[in-house]
Design a protein around this ligand. Structure first.
Ligand code: MLT
Ligand code: MN
Ligand code: ZN
Length: 309
């Protein structure tokens, strides 16, 4: 399996268009210890020829243009090696890029019924006509063989529920502490290649590592995980937004309940943070926080990062 990190930033990207935080102003002014990031998405291929997107970010057009493997790859007037897109939630940073895939090009969209309902209830997405771009529901806990445009992609995707939240724009303030969140609103994915037996996990949004998730990740060879914030209140402390990470459905990297701590003793071979918010101090390559994360055995993902399994 070949995995490419198309975009490693959380929603908004790095720098974010309206943000003047220390990180955003530093990367904008070209400081050498900062690198720009596009928004949250991976691509995976079993054979290096046909590809599956894991989330479709609003930066997808740019992400395709810098990835030679994603360019039209056969002699016909119109073609694409992108045969499917699997979505982990309905957040704008994960579905907005579907719009970039219009132009009557066949591929399959995979998502839970909850997320497919979001797409199907918004007529903008009808630009991807369902007879050209079929939607296939993912059932939790049931691995599905991925296909698209008549091609068997040689990979399976297993969706599983993770602690999280309904998309921001769907929050129902009258629905109590969970804002109307239901099972299937935020999932993690286990992508497997039955031919080689290799598998990895992709969990870009997760509010908490509970016992069920910890057991699932035990002994995994590779996990891409939610690296949104370093500390729960960093956006408040930096004067950016009046919300904690937990209110946004994101676990922090640091702290006794954070992801470093939660995954420390699970025997995961390789751990890579993705979906990193522009406020996160780990984006400064010379920061103490960056050193602490790396010393704890984690990698900070970056746009264009490639991993072979
Ligand atoms: C998130 O990851 O919390 C969302 O992408 C936030 C948003 O929609 O801006
Ligand atoms: Mn996001
Ligand atoms: Zn910023």
């Amino acid at each position: 399996m070949l995995i490419r990190v198309l975009g490693c930033s959380a929603g908004g990207g790095f720098p974010q268009w309206n943000c003047n935080c220390r990180n955003c102003s530093s990367v904008r002014s070209g400081k050498s210890n900062f690198k720009t990031l596009t928004q949250s998405s991976l691509a995976v291929s079993g054979d290096g020829k046909d590809w599956v997107l894991l989330n479709a970010s609003p930066d997808l057009r740019q992400q395709i243009n810098v990835a030679p493997a994603l360019a039209p790859n056969n002699g016909s007037a119109r073609s694409s090696p992108i045969k499917a897109a699997v979505l982990t939630n309905g957040d704008v940073d994960h579905i907005g890029g579907l719009i970039n895939l219009r132009e009557v090009q066949p591929f399959t969209i995979y998502a839970t019924r909850r997320v497919l309902d979001v797409i199907e209830s918004n007529c903008v997405f009808d630009i991807l006509a369902a007879n050209v771009v079929p939607r296939t529901p993912l059932e939790l806990g049931r691995p599905l063989q991925l296909t698209g445009a008549g091609v068997d992609l040689g990979l399976t995707a297993e969706a599983f529920d993770v602690p999280g939240k309904i998309a921001l724009y769907l929050e129902d303030p009258s629905a109590g502490m969970r804002f109307g969140t239901q099972v299937g609103d935020t999932i993690g994915l286990k992508i497997s290649d039955p031919a080689t037996g290799e598998a990895f996990f992709y969990i870009p949004g997760c509010a908490e590592v509970d016992e069920v998730l910890a057991q699932r990740l035990k002994g995994a060879s590779l996990v891409f995980f939610d690296g949104t914030l370093y500390t729960d209140d960093e956006m408040i402390c930096q004067g950016l937004l009046d919300k904690t990470g937990s209110r946004m459905g994101h676990i922090s990297i640091s702290g006794s309940l954070g992801s470093i701590s939660a995954l420390r003793n699970l025997g995961v071979e390789r751990k890579i943070y993705v979906h990193i918010n522009n406020s996160n101090p780990v984006l400064d390559e010379s920061s103490q926080e960056r050193k602490a994360v790396e010393a704890a055995g984690w990698e900070i993902g970056y746009d264009g990062m490639e991993v072979r399994l």
